[in-house]
Design a protein around this ligand. Sequence first.
Ligand SMILES: [Zn+2]
Length: 88
Amino acid sequence: MLRIECPCCGPRDHDEFRYGGDASVARPANDDPDPDAWYRYVYVRKNPAGPHREFWQHVVGCRQWLAVERDTRTHAIASVSFARKSST
Ligand SMILES: [Zn+2]
């Protein structure tokens, strides 16, 4: 069972959370006319074997969005922070 240390609520089982996607993807500017930039933002994702930054929302608890660095091979979590404080 994957356990995530919520900064507000403490350690909780992962089924209290909802996966929110890759936290390393940067959104293009709203007025960016490049269709390739929008294509990459919407559809192109890496599938790393190793450390990966992800968004998770604590839907059953405080409802905060978190940025979690998780190793996809072992599910070991290296860090958890509020998503609004992380910039990538
Ligand atoms: Zn929480």
